[in-house]
Write a protein that binds this ligand. Sequence first.
Ligand SMILES: N[C@@H](CCC(=O)N[C@@H](CS)C(=O)NCC(=O)O)C(=O)O
Length: 227
Amino acid sequence: MKLHIIKPSVNNMCVRVLVRAAELDIEEVDAYGNTRTDEFLSICPAHTTPLLEGDDLPNGAIWEGCAIMQYLCAANGLAQFYPDGAGDRANTDSAMQYVIGTLYPLVARATYPVLGFGLYAGEVGASDASDAEKAIARQSAQDALAEPLAVFKSFYIGDNDFIGGSSPSIADMRLASTLEFLNAVDGAAPDWMPGYIAAMETALGTAYTEPAADVRGYLDYVKSQAG
Ligand SMILES: N[C@@H](CCC(=O)N[C@@H](CS)C(=O)NCC(=O)O)C(=O)O
């Protein structure tokens, strides 16, 4: 199988962490700058990474990082990362969908303007509003992060180290990767984040730190350009 990726992307990072943690034999293909080519679009009309390409997939490929992780766990019997029990699995799915549906849009609005990534059509940051209005919108998104972040800590993680309990699940890979982008802006990271990321690094070792280094390297580059 091939995993098409963009290295600075946290949407990609979570899948790259799982592939390494589970020691899956999957080839990584760097798709940076190629997602709108005819060749890529013929596989993925959504022009998006991460993209998993494989003969076993009904349409030859799937995208959406959480779906890719769910598929890889199901196909490879990785219950240690994606629990088999209906309740635990639903909790994992709930946490991932809460990242994608609620947390990530706020993370994007709060950090993409700083990271140099385009915002989505219809948002203030993608409009012809003034720089001052865009700055207010960005800060508003950052302020709104506090609530879902508190929910992750109090509800999904609770008294455990991870959403997965005593060891990381794919929901933790998705959450921790997303949190990496909060280091792009001052004051966005919750106080529990450094300990949580450190616990991910301890539990997963280079499976976590190697893909994280690509994201962190991009953040360092952006900061160096900002002076
Ligand atoms: N919801 C998707 C988001 C994927 C996504 O936005 N991918 C971006 C990188 S972060 C991409 O590949 N963009 C390239 C393009 O649109 O041409 C996921 O979680 O996988």
